[in-house]
Design a protein around this ligand. Sequence first.
Ligand code: B1M
Length: 209
Amino acid sequence: MADLQALAEALIKGDRNKVVEMTKQALADKMAPAAILNDGLIAGMSVVGKRFKANEVYVPEVLIAARAMKGGMEILQPALVAAGVQPVATIVLGTVKGDLHDIGKNLVGMMLTGGGFKVVDIGTDVPAEKFVEACKTNNAAICAMSALLTTTMPQMAEVVKAMKAAGLKTKAIIGGAPVTQSFCDEIGADGYSPDAASAVDTSKALLGL
Ligand code: B1M
């Protein structure tokens, strides 16, 4: 019988081949796809997130764990769909207009995916109207924005303004090296996260999960 704790540990180590094999084995053993996802893959990614937050592991380890998670998810996805397992919620994610930095945004996306969210990544240099349109089209619960330049931070305020003008109920969260909680309060965003792992906690807290 497949061992989901061992699956989580293989993911923490970033052992993609092992994660793929163990996910296949768990399905062959007729384990519930939701259990494989929650107690294996997401459990492992959540440990990686906590260690990253505590500076016990760094960007390369997170990328390697995310690659392993992706391998497992490719195997698991059809079974999840067949079992009717829904993602926790949908999050639209992008770097704001004028800003091309995407390394942090991509890490945030990986952590959110690892946290069970469906992430719609709309890229970099994204204008406010495109955030709004993507939130509407995808019925997003959260709109997540990244900015690395002090000069592009005001674009976050533009997105929040455009979301309010469009009457969206979608929550807005922001992050990136120059972004702070006080800036978040100033522009009326719903949440701020200092790092990729915290973005999962902030999103879950905002949705009462
Ligand atoms: Co640029 N750059 N860059 N750059 N760059 C910085 C940001 C800078 C601080 C360097 C410096 O001067 N010391 C500076 C900004 C200064 C400022 O505004 N105060 C700067 C500048 C000035 C520029 C240009 C203007 C340079 C020029 O052309 N004259 C130019 C701008 C281009 C543009 O965007 N229009 C530019 C270009 C570039 C490259 C293209 C060369 C490259 C980007 C490549 C890429 O992203 N694909 C680049 C890089 C790599 C950097 C540095 C060196 C590293 C950024 C990075 O990826 N960090 C950066 C200096 C530095 O930070 N040491 C710098 C690693 C990443 C994991 O961290 O993105 O902070 P970070 O993400 C973290 C958190 O912030 C958080 O989670 C992540 C993981 O924990 N987070 C979120 C991020 N988004 C979040 C969203 C959330 C929650 C958390 O919720 C939604």
